[in-house]
Write a protein that binds this ligand. Sequence first.
Ligand code: NAD
Length: 447
Amino acid sequence: MKIAVVGTGYVGLVSGTCFAETGNRVTCVDIDQTKVDKLSNGVITIYEPGLEKLFQRNLKEGRLTFTTNLAEGIKDAQIIFLALPTPPGEDGSADLKYVLGVAKDLGKLLQDGDYKVIVDKSTVPVGTADKVRNCILESGKAAGKDISATFDVVSNPEFLREGVAVEDFMKPDRVVIGSATEKAAKVMGELYGPFVRQGNPIIYMDEKSAELTKYAANSFLATKITFMNEIARLCELLGADVDMVRKGIGSDERIGKRFLFPGIGYGGSCFPKDVQALVRSSAEVNYHFKILDAVMEVNEAQKTYIIPKIKDYFGGDLTGKHFALWGLAFKPNTDDIREAPALYIIDELLAAGATITAFDPEAMANVKQVKGNVISYAENQYKALENADALIIATEWSEFRTPEFDKIIGTLKSKVIFDGRNLFDLSQMQKMGFYYMSVGRSVVETQ
Ligand code: NAD
């Protein structure tokens, strides 16, 4: 099939590459000329395990091309995916200006008789498929065309997780297709056939249910994490160990083991904005989604909840203190720093008069772009420890999990670790003589 993907970010580039990998001819469209130039020249623009190999292969074989020209990109395409940003607007609702802007452009470009399926892959509020359809029709009408029989709009939310995006895309747990017509559903079914050969379902539904499915999934997962973060706080107050509680409840298959790890809050480009958007969508139909209000409040506080603990440890004053910060990305195996808890920690520490040297295997360039040189960046995790009064861990990269402790001890000014991701064993830390504070577990006080 010939496919166009409009928007070549985390979702667009992964989807486009994976569709090319199954033999389709894919053109990715983006308004960012620098990005398109880089990609066309074989330079990948995001870090995502396993993506580079697929990207290079399909680029070389001519199945994957890039352009800034929408008309050229959609020419001959049977399916046009919209993988555009849907950031939170001022009131927290999803801002549809990118999606509807492209819909308007498509209305001008579609030609009667040249049937195309237009697919919302962006995470969008319920009712967006209708808005996209109307927008295309209106814009076609303004150009003097009746294109009502020329296209269908389908909702096909994306469930990939950054860090394992290729695996998620190539072998999805399920594919959700919201379509009002059988014709469009059939085209989508053919496209996704190769991805569900192991028997995972393609679930067909109406567009509104598909749109809500995505928000419901992300909001549920954000709630699960947040619930565990509250249990962790309670553990600290009651003297229980959240690791034990986690194992205790996770082995109940009704609850499940995943998404039960407490920490310094969820971040990223999806959970924060999608929870917010669902709360706004609910408010628009006069429904107060109370659980999600609480989730947002708890998560906001969780991102910086270790700061008062750090202050307490240093007698209330961080002026002149220097910290090593391991991890900047919102989670491991990605360079995405959108809403990353580390950024909030940086702001609070700097405001308190401290200085920071950070290390992250992939995300330092992105942080440098938004924060510049207000902090220093180290070339490796151990260099970051030089002259530091303590180490703070904000992302659970695997290389931080079993570090060379003798190097940490030999480099840090004193053996103090604030671990926002519960990477280390308490008894091991005690044996090595660390002051070690983690989330929902007792503090190791020995020094
Ligand atoms: P992104 O910001 O990484 O990428 C969006 C791309 O769209 C950018 O490259 C931008 O330059 C481009 N763009 C903006 N306006 C354009 C236009 N008019 N024409 C062409 N390109 C344009 O965003 P993302 O993380 O890929 O997310 C895209 C959508 O997918 C969002 O709705 C998001 O919620 C959803 N989603 C994201 C993830 C994820 O893990 N990142 C997972 C599932 C769903």
